[in-house]
Design a protein around this ligand. Structure first.
Ligand code: C2E
Ligand code: MG
Ligand code: MG
Ligand code: MG
Length: 292
């Protein structure tokens, strides 16, 4: 079948592959500039709130944005995958951690003890220097290790499992918290929980969105909450957008939730005000500058 294809289609295929790899290389050159520029890669922060009567914030997740000089604001889905498979991953990871801990140190100074969560690329767990680098950054910012949550997903790189286990156990010994992101999807599965000791599970937003209409999705959410409780883990529902979803999660005993319904990701300058507001109000009143 392949051989019967005309030469022109093969040539077209090669050309598009070349273009893709050229795009990738130019993007990486721009990432390198952005890491040096200091004002292009920024963070927005999204709180997770406590469900039930008491209210309050259970943590704040840092999410990266790229104010690209020509392409406008880029979302992580548009560039993180390219960084993940390059030699820039280590620098990028440290950059994000450094920024997130800077913000967390500022709200700790205001008497707010919420932990900060940072997303790690699964491939970061192949970097043996990660625990030492994180210890250095925690010390630099004077943030206690318990106040840093690393959000991880299961990695596809099974052959390097020994390294991953070493890195994770070094992080655990440091008392940094581990959270399984996007639980129930892709590589964040039940097996992962038997391999890695974690503190928290984040229920993937796709289940939260479907749970009101689908009894299957609702059963999965209920079971995940129950599983977390049986394992003594915290559980956060992601992507909560409606009062109905909030009510159903509360009824199922979910203790923490994150999503546009409560608060969108906000710029770091807004975090302290938002955290204060969420101790008295359940949802944040949207303002023009609350861009996600
Ligand atoms: P994630 O860790 O599951 O992050 C949650 C994503 O859902 C964020 O998208 C957030 O803006 C979005 N979100 C929050 N609440 C709602 C909601 O109610 N409705 C909807 N529709 N979306 C909601 P974002 O910021 O585009 O990030 C996408 C993914 O990119 C993240 O998924 C995470 O896996 C990755 N990512 C983000 N920042 C970083 C980073 O600094 N490093 C690495 N390695 N990955 C990152
Ligand atoms: Mg996350
Ligand atoms: Mg994720
Ligand atoms: Mg997630």
């Amino acid at each position: 079948y392949q051989a019967k294809r005309g030469g022109s289609s093969v040539a077209w295929y090669d050309q598009s592959r070349d273009r893709a790899s050229t795009d990738r290389l130019s993007l990486l050159a721009e990432v390198r500039e952005a890491l040096a520029a200091d004002d292009q890669l920024t963070l927005v922060m999204q709180p997770a709130v406590r469900l039930g009567d008491s209210g309050g914030v259970t943590g704040v997740e840092a999410l990266v944005r790229w104010s690209h000089p020509r392409r406008g604001t880029l979302m992580p889905d548009e560039f993180v995958a390219v960084i993940e498979h390059s030699e820039l991953l280590g620098d990028f990871t440290r950059y994000v951690l450094d920024r997130a801990l800077t913000v967390a140190a500022a709200w700790a100074a205001e008497g707010i003890d919420a932990p900060v969560a940072v997303n790690l690329s699964p491939r970061s767990l192949l970097d043996r220097s990660l625990p030492r680098d994180i210890a250095g950054l925690l010390a630099k910012h004077g943030v206690a290790p318990e106040r840093l949550v690393l959000e991880i997903t299961e990695t596809v790189v099974m052959s390097e499992r020994a390294v991953i286990d070493q890195v994770l156990s070094a992080l655990r010994q440091m008392r940094v918290q581990l959270s399984v992101d996007d639980f129930g999807t892709g590589y964040s599965s039940l097996t992962f929980l038997t391999r890695v000791t974690v503190d928290e599970i984040k229920i993937d937003r796709s289940f939260v969105w479907r749970m009101v209409a689908s009894t299957e999705a609702a059963a999965i959410v209920r079971t995940t909450i129950d599983l977390a409780h049986r394992l003594g883990l915290r559980v956060i529902a992601e992507g909560v957008e409606t009062a109905e979803q909030r009510a159903e999660l509360t009824a199922l005993g979910c203790t923490s939730a994150q999503g546009f319904f409560f608060c969108p990701p906000v710029p770091p300058e807004r975090v302290i005000a938002v955290l204060h507001e969420l101790t008295t109000a359940e949802v944040i009143t949207l303002r023009q500058e609350d861009a996600s």
